[in-house]
Design a protein around this ligand. Structure first.
Ligand code: PLP
Length: 400
């Protein structure tokens, strides 16, 4: 690296490339070397790098107004909230700057909902193994991933973590008199691109209805067109009471949102929550432009088309490279490839072959390309992946 990172917290295991600029599905480093970007900021740049429509929205707003406090009406908030509600189950929205803040808002909303109805004993948030909800204390406690909890002191009270496969445990947790809400990703992202079945989502909905709990979907990664529908929950027909979104919502600009029905949000009265930067004018301007593009039927059709192609090709590769691919999973352009060789090593070698992919739980690599990616670029990515497989197979032979 040209500059030392000595003055930065060492919390990231960074790939040693010095990225300089991006264009669509391509990323270039300082030496001009080109990469196919199938990470896209981990499903953030839904429209790829340097999208001209987003650049225009951003620069136009930058010349007008950057920031005012939420004690004033902020331009664009009502408009973007209106669009999100018209396109979903929700009636009301709270804007945040990140995904985990949207989760934080949802968790506070859930407890406040019950407290406002005279049940302040209802505090338990039921979360699932393999989940990821971000890095606040509440979010890491809800997801229960030991690695992210280690050394941070006692867990917050009022969180229950269960296996998605243990239906008895889920039922017991939901029937507890202290239960408040179920928090789940319809398609687990970091956990390894695990898509919940319609039956699983329906079971969670039923448990919430029978026991008076709120159902919270974390669609921070799987929402905003990623699965080929605007919201992942639309595939199942099971709607939540609350939903967290972020990542692609701003097309690369930091923004998150907590969406809720009017009833679920009924406890969130004046003074109960707030944010300095949440819903700022720049985020709203870019968010509106990104939403208008991503919600277009043509864009969603492209996700269905290219993801179908990728899935079919990867199933083929699973046959020709049985020593590499164990399983192909995920939904839409949230593609998980469960590998036989180590996923971290594969990511490094793929990068050396010009393909950037993300890691994931259960030894997966994830492909999270721009939603407007072409089939030709998907083909190119598969070629680079196969080249990488060939390298790994050769290495395995040498050591055998
Ligand atoms: C990325 C992610 C988060 C956290 O979002 P941040 O913006 O990093 O706080 C939460 N939930 C899911 C499903 C995510 O993929």
């Amino acid at each position: 690296m040209a500059e030392s990172e000595d003055h930065l917290f060492g919390v990231y295991a960074r790939a040693p490339i010095e990225v300089e600029r991006g264009e669509g599905s391509r990323l270039y480093d300082r030496s001009g070397r080109e990469y196919l970007d199938f990470v896209q900021g981990i499903a953030v740049n839904g429209l790829g790098h340097a999208n001209p429509i987003l650049i225009e929205a951003m620069t136009a707003q930058a010349k007008k107004l950057w920031h005012v406090s939420n004690i004033f009406t902020i331009p664009g908030q009502a408009e973007l909230a209106g669009k999100l509600c018209a396109a979903s189950f929700a009636d009301q929205v709270f804007f945040t700057n990140s995904g985990t803040e949207a989760v934080e808002c949802a968790l506070k909303l859930a407890r406040k909902y019950h407290a406002a109805k005279g049940h302040d004993e209802r505090i338990d948030i039921i979360g699932f193994q393999g989940a990821f909800h971000g890095r606040t204390y509440a979010a890491v406690t809800a997801a229960g991933n030991q690695t992210y909890l280690e050394g941070f002191g006692p867990r917050l009270p009022g969180f229950v973590n269960v296996s998605l496969d243990d239906h008895d445990a889920i039922r017991a947790a939901a029937e507890a008199p202290t239960a408040a809400a179920i928090l789940v990703e319809p398609v687990q992202g970091e956990g390894g691109a695990r898509a919940l079945t319609d039956a699983e989502l329906q079971m969670l909905r039923d448990l919430c209805d029978q026991n008076g709990l709120l159902l919270i979907f974390d669609e921070i990664q799987c929402g905003m067109g990623r699965t080929g529908k605007l919201w992942a929950y639309e595939h199942s027909g099971v709607a939540p009471d609350v939903m967290c979104i972020a990542k692609a919502l701003g097309g690369g600009f930091p923004i998150g949102a907590c969406l809720a029905t009017r009833d679920a949000a009924s406890g969130m009265v004046v003074g109960s929550h707030g944010s300095t930067f949440g819903g700022n004018p720049l985020a709203m301007a870019v968010g509106i432009a990104a939403f208008d593009e991503i919600s277009k039927p043509e864009l969603l059709e492209n996700v269905v088309k290219v993801s179908g192609y990728l899935k079919q090709q990867l199933e083929g590769l699973k046959q020709t490279w049985p020593d590499m691919i164990d399983d192909v999973r995920g939904k839409g352009l949230l593609v998980g490839i469960k590998l036989k060789p180590n996923n971290r090593e594969m990511m490094t070698l793929a990068r050396e072959n010009g393909l950037l992919v993300a890691g994931g739980g259960e030894n997966c690599i994830r492909m999270l390309p721009a939603l407007n990616i072409t089939e030709a670029d998907a083909r190119e990515a598969l070629d680079r992946l196969e080249k990488t497989f060939a390298v790994v197979r050769e290495k395995a032979k040498e050591t055998a």
